[in-house]
Design a protein around this ligand. Structure first.
Ligand code: ADP
Ligand code: MG
Length: 227
């Protein structure tokens, strides 16, 4: 897994702020995180080859809910391969909506999104198979075992069984000893890690964590970043 999500290259942060307008994404970046961003720029120059190929490309994406509320307004975003990207913003800024749109869970009102070159509207399956999502809320079958939960999730994406990979995943997430436990028997942090294992079960190229450290204790938070 380490090879998939290299964090040492550079990190980037965008701030949806109160942003109804996400031109804000670009402009707000500069303010509080100047140093980090300038480091990111250095990283980008050094890796200019990699920068050319975005894993996620969001162009002028707007989402207007049926209620009329515009949750995200003309958002533009490029996420490079190997990049760790943090989307910041207060509650209601539209973070979950944007992630939902990229993952194909929320339909966008206008705009275009490519995931590894696949248009999420036209090539839905190809695009969807590239992303893993750890949603904000924990949603698991509490009577299923850890092993079956993660294994089944992989099959939902039409990937062939690969028990060696599932084992590696559970070991990496310190869940191997709990593989035969039912979800109901796990602690909150363990459940969260099961959610992460599920999201990685089909070997996605991009992993989205929505509020990854919410309701997670300090130790687990550290462990999660170490991952
Ligand atoms: N299904 C929905 N229908 C209508 N409005 C929604 C829906 N989901 C979210 N919203 C609204 O969109 C805005 C952005 O929400 P959300 O994307 O969850 O923000 P964040 O994740 O940044 O806290 C909020 O005002 C929220 O009430
Ligand atoms: Mg949210």
């Amino acid at each position: 897994m380490e090879s998939r999500f290299e964090r040492d290259d550079f990190e980037r942060i965008a701030d949806l702020g109160n942003a109804q307008s996400a031109h804000a994404v670009a402009s707000r970046q500069a303010a509080p995180l100047g140093l980090l961003l300038s480091l990111a720029s250095v990283g980008r120059v050094l890796r200019s080859g990699a920068y050319m190929s975005s894993i996620v490309s969001v162009a002028a994406v707007t989402k207007r809910y049926k209620s009329g509320l515009i949750a995200i307004d003309a958002v533009n975003l490029e996420i490079a391969k190997g990049e760790i990207f943090a989307l910041l913003g207060p509650n209601g800024a539209g973070k979950t909506t944007l992630i939902g749109v990229i993952c194909g869970i929320v339909s966008m009102t206008s705009g275009q999104i490519l995931v590894d070159g696949h248009d999420i509207a036209r090539e839905y399956r190809a695009a969807r198979s590239k992303v893993g999502l750890v949603p904000q809320e924990i949603a698991l079958d509490i009577f299923a075992t850890v092993w079956n939960t993660v294994r089944f999730s992989r099959r939902l994406f039409g990937r062939g069984a690969n028990d060696a990979y599932i084992e590696l995943l559970l070991r990496d997430l310190s869940l191997w000893e709990k593989r035969d436990s039912r979800v109901i028997e796990l602690s909150g942090g363990m459940k969260r890690r099961v959610m992460i294992a599920k999201a990685l079960s089909h070997e996605p190229d991009v992993l989205f964590l929505d509020e990854p450290t919410a309701g997670v204790d300090v130790n687990l938070r550290r462990d999660m970043w170490a991952l």
